[in-house]
Design a protein around this ligand. Structure first.
Ligand code: RI2
Length: 319
């Protein structure tokens, strides 16, 4: 192993994020921060502080290259690398490890706090509809149940990877009666639903919500049926680069997630596309629920400026 090669824990975490064994924006952020701590602890730096810094940046780049859309990943890397201070390897190591611990702690607390805010939007007896699997969205529903409210759920399976199955299982474990539906049945079941609750992978400065593909269609249908829809998103989902006009890259995934090669060959010459995410315009979203309270999507930019200033740097860039 050369000095600047990531330690095995970083390579394994990057691989697990890329293959979606580790997935969900908050979970990715947590794993990425812990991987940087492993790089700090386990790397061999021979008392060379510059080698430590270069290796940490290289590890952050390896993690950063895995998935492009969820901003929690670069936000986690930024948080830890900005606190990489010290003259000796020992000081640097201590600061990186304690920054990681603080970051992971904040993630847990943020999710708990936003869960309370989201739960306040739900009433006793409500039926909620979910899309994909979001730990932030689940935190709102679970907090409502803990407040003593009786909640039922209509869970969209969420093709192509069916992460709705994870949501169904976790809601059932929380004591919420679950009805699982195919995605195409969503509009029909909106008539039985009081609130739609989704998560986010990124939130743009204009209040656009980037979440699992299918969210925007669901939001338009919910508006047409008069059903309120909220996005549960802790502030590491706010995308600082959108403050300066950048757009959010939408990840395109393998076509094998959509159709197996045999069936595709039988159909003949076709194109298959598999975008993982879409953008819900702010006018179709009723509220963004964060650990700092709820916001109309159009006003989220004020919170972004407060937390990120005017934009974002890339502390993992090559020296
Ligand atoms: P939490 C997921 O993306 C879903 O789109 C979900 O809404 C979002 O991450 C946020 O998840 P993917 O990683 O951070 O399954 O709320 O592609 O857990």
């Amino acid at each position: 192993m050369t000095d600047h090669e990531p330690v095995p824990a970083v390579r394994e975490t990057a691989e697990a994020i890329a293959t979606m064994e580790i997935r969900g924006a908050a979970t990715i952020a947590d794993a990425a921060a812990r991987a940087l701590a492993a790089q700090a602890r386990e790397g061999d730096y021979d008392d060379d502080a510059e080698a430590f810094r270069v290796s940490l940046r290289a590890a952050a780049r390896t993690l950063h290259e895995t998935r492009p859309t969820a901003v929690s990943l670069p936000n986690a890397l930024r948080y830890v690398l900005r606190r990489m201070e010290g003259r000796t390897v020992e000081e640097l190591r201590r600061n990186v490890v304690s920054a990681t611990e603080a970051f992971v702690d904040q993630l847990d607390r943020a999710q708990e706090d936003l869960g309370q805010v989201g739960a306040n939007r739900l009433a006793d007896g409500d039926t909620v509809m979910t899309h994909c699997h979001s730990t932030d969205a689940l935190a709102c529903i679970e907090a409502a149940v803990q407040q003593g409210k009786s909640i039922e759920a209509v869970v969209k399976e969420t093709r192509p990877r069916n992460q709705g199955h994870i949501t169904a299982e976790q809601l059932r474990e929380a004591g919420v009666p679950v009805t699982l539906i195919v995605d195409s049945a969503a509009r029909r079941y909106l008539d039985d639903v009081d609130h739609v609750v989704v998560g986010a992978d990124s939130i743009a400065a204009d209040g656009g919500v980037i979440n699992k593909v299918g969210t925007s269609g669901l939001a338009v249908n919910a508006r047409e049926r008069g059903v309120p829809i909220m996005t549960a998103a802790q502030t590491i989902k706010l995308h600082p680069e959108t403050l300066t006009g950048h757009t959010v890259e939408i990840e395109m995934r393998a076509e094998e997630e959509v159709i197996d090669p045999g069936t595709r060959a039988a159909i003949g010459e076709i194109t298959v596309e598999n975008p993982a995410f879409d953008v819900t315009p702010p006018r179709y979203m009723d509220a963004i629920v964060t650990e700092h309270g709820q916001f109309p999507p159009e006003s989220i930019v004020t919170l972004m400026r407060e937390l990120f200033g005017e934009g974002a740097d890339e502390p993992w860039a090559e020296p």
